[in-house]
Design a protein around this ligand. Structure first.
Ligand code: TMP
Length: 207
């Protein structure tokens, strides 16, 4: 495939969505075609699955159901949107990908990293990002941002206790140790343009 697939990861309120927009601006100005998309979502079917997963009314949702729905959403999004864009030579900036499932479902929900990876292998086959950027913001800082931002959508996972978010944060740090070539960290607790600069430099090194 000609394009480049870059995923962004982080805890709640890490600011990765704003960082992605800055990164897109930069590479578009350099003449690249850059597609922003997100998980779960990005296309009709996956946005519908997103609504089911994140609905604050669905407190009875079983953890394995949750993991399977994320994987189903991922599969459809990958086939319908990400892979065609990569074939066209685009830079794809994806707000979350498989690492979110490894950390949120595998570690924080205690389903096990290997189990969650195996259902995701079925969903993604061998497609992994060329680069994954972890926007590093401590969970206490991120959650404060979430709850202090007016009109921000609060979802079912935002409502989990601080301990759950701390497990996610530690999970990401462990994943970086496990996949140091693919996953790189940027400091998300600095002004957004500085965070974006760090991300841009990492991306430059792979395109
Ligand atoms: P967002 O807030 O970045 O849009 O992501 C939606 C929520 O879904 C967020 O709390 C992280 C969570 N999530 C998982 O638990 N597993 C996954 O595989 C993905 C993609 C997201």
């Amino acid at each position: 495939m000609k394009g480049r697939f870059i995923s962004f990861e982080g805890t709640e309120g890490s600011g990765k969505t704003s960082v992605i927009k800055e990164v897109q601006k930069y590479f578009q100005n350099q003449g690249y075609t850059v597609l922003i998309t997100r998980e779960p979502g990005g296309i009709k079917i996956s946005e519908k699955i997103r609504d089911i997963i994140l609905d604050v009314d669905h407190i009875e949702m079983d953890a394995r159901t949750e993991a399977l729905l994320f994987a189903a959403s991922r599969r459809q999004h990958l086939i319908e949107k990400v892979i065609p864009a990569l074939k066209e030579g685009k830079i794809v900036l994806c707000d979350r990908f498989v690492d979110s499932s490894l950390v949120y479902q595998g570690i924080a929900r205690n389903l096990g990293l290997e189990e969650v990876y195996s259902i995701n292998k079925f969903a993604i086959e061998s497609t992994l990002p060329d680069l994954t950027i972890f926007v590093d913001v401590r969970p206490e800082v991120g959650l404060k941002r979430v709850f202090n931002t007016p009109n921000r959508e609060i979802n079912r996972l935002d409502l989990e206790k601080l301990k759950f978010h701390q497990k996610i944060y530690q999970g990401y740090l462990d994943l970086i140790t496990k996949y140091p070539k693919r996953i790189k960290k940027v400091n998300g607790e600095q002004p957004i343009l500085d965070v974006a600069d760090e991300a841009i430099n990492l991306i430059k090194s792979i395109i």
